[in-house]
Design a binder for this molecule. Structure first.
Ligand SMILES: [Fe+2]
Length: 154
């Protein structure tokens, strides 16, 4: 039998997930927190309706979050932008499929939570870290930050 992790410590925020963009990091923290809420609902035997509602919340927030990221990622070259956007589409497909999956046993619920955590941890640690950092150092972004700093100093 699978031992379910403590709901609080299921998905632990790591400094390594930081991208350097305050808004995106804040949204990533919200995603981590929502996965912990999802796991808590599974561990404590919440109804299927409750678990599916949290999954839909995660889906909706992810859509919004990916849109935020993609606005910045437009500063990358086309290949990098489209590769990252495709990953977002895959994650949304994965979440949509899991909104409908069989949740009739603790084992199946645990499998789902573990997969959701893995998908997000991998995406934040690799693609987001690399591509958001690159967008942050794009000349347009550096110039915009400089202008914002100058206008605050006025
Ligand atoms: Fe991303």
């Amino acid at each position: 039998m699978t031992t379910l992790c403590s709901s609080v410590n299921f998905f632990i925020w790591q400094d390594e997930y930081e991208t350097g963009d305050t808004d995106i990091d804040e949204q990533h923290r919200t995603i981590v927190e929502t996965v912990n809420i999802l796991n808590h609902a599974c561990v404590t035997g919440s109804s299927e309706e409750t678990v599916r509602r949290i999954m839909r919340d995660l889906f909706d927030f992810s859509q919004y979050h990916f849109f935020t990221e993609e606005r910045q990622l437009l500063l990358l070259n086309g290949t990098a932008y489209h590769k990252h956007k495709r990953e977002h589409e895959q994650i949304l497909r994965f979440l949509r499929t899991n909104c409908e999956r069989d949740l009739s046993s603790q084992e199946l619920r645990h499998q789902m939570c573990t997969l959701v955590r893995k998908v997000y941890a991998r995406h934040m640690y690799s693609s987001d870290k690399r591509d958001i950092a690159a967008a942050q150092s794009a000349p347009e972004m550096v110039a915009a930050r400089k202008r914002a700093g100058e206008s605050r100093a006025d």
